[in-house]
Design a protein around this ligand. Structure first.
Ligand code: CA
Length: 271
């Protein structure tokens, strides 16, 4: 089931519109108030700002709301046919009210909601497929009906590139048999949280001791240190050579990058 939660859209403030003229004297409902009047988006990037204070809600909005949006007020409709298999973003975060976005395929009575959320969404499109993009007032700001709605539709930015390293020396605790390994992770841009997952294996006598570790790393465009404890699943780690396999991942708006690194780490006692 879809959940109505937001993305951290990087361009959130880029198109902030402030100081628009005061309330319009008598605004009519926008022509794209309902499904049948959807504005066709000819190409991306596409951006528009319209007054949605007279936009209404109807049964189609009710059908769309499989996401638990608090309200589906002042909905306006757009239609976009993708020309390539590509990820797109629909960003309404520069609107002057609490706007949310739904992306769906199909028609009234048979909608399939792909994505939904406050502020904006990213979705993976297929060439030739037509998508309805619906902007709503979710009332998370507490009242009113619509306002100045700003919508940007564009190709989603690529996921951040990753670089990771593993320090050549780790530590082990002779009492608990726990190993601690560390390194750095660098993302090419801000991407929120990335994580490092490592498998550590070490031959101890006739046994191959194996353990898994996990840690989150801030993806902020700079090299960040990471460190994790690894507990052997089938025995205690000892001093000496250990082989690690490290795998890290970082996500952009619509997709994730992966990076694979492997090296041998020398485990040294810490007490
Ligand atoms: Ca409407």
């Amino acid at each position: 089931m879809k959940v109505f939660h937001g993305l951290a859209l990087a361009a959130a403030t880029a198109l902030l519109t402030v100081g628009l003229a005061g309330p319009p004297a008598l605004a009519a409902a926008p022509s794209n108030d309902a499904y049948g009047g959807a504005v066709v988006i000819p190409a991306v990037p596409f951006s528009t700002t319209i007054d949605t204070t007279e936009a209404t809600t109807d049964a189609d909005d009710v059908e769309l709301n499989v996401c638990g949006a608090p309200a589906m007020d002042a909905s306006v409709w757009y239609r976009f046919t993708a020309t390539a298999d590509e990820a797109y973003i629909a960003d309404v975060s520069a609107s002057d009210y609490s706007a949310g976005v739904f992306v769906a395929t199909g028609a009234p009575g048979g909608f399939t909601v792909l994505e939904c959320g406050p502020g904006g969404v990213a979705w993976q499109a297929m060439a030739g497929e037509t998508y309805s993009i619906i902007v709503i007032d979710d009332q998370q700001d507490g009242g009113g009906n619509g306002g100045s709605m700003s919508l940007v539709i564009d190709v989603a930015p690529p996921p951040p590139a990753l670089e990771a390293s593993i320090d050549p020396t780790g530590r082990f605790d002779a009492r608990t048999g726990t190993a601690t390994i560390s390194g750095t992770l660098e993302c090419s841009e801000e991407a929120g949280a990335a994580f490092v997952e490592a498998q550590l294996t070490q031959r101890v006598g006739r046994l191959l001791i194996r353990g898994f570790g996990f840690t989150e790393v801030l993806c902020d465009g700079t090299a960040q240190p990471w460190s994790m404890e690894v507990i052997g699943d089938n025995g205690l780690f000892k001093g000496g050579k250990a082989a690690t396999v490290t795998f890290s991942i970082a996500c952009g708006l619509a997709s994730c990058s992966e990076y694979f690194a492997e090296r041998t780490v020398q485990l040294k006692g810490k007490r």
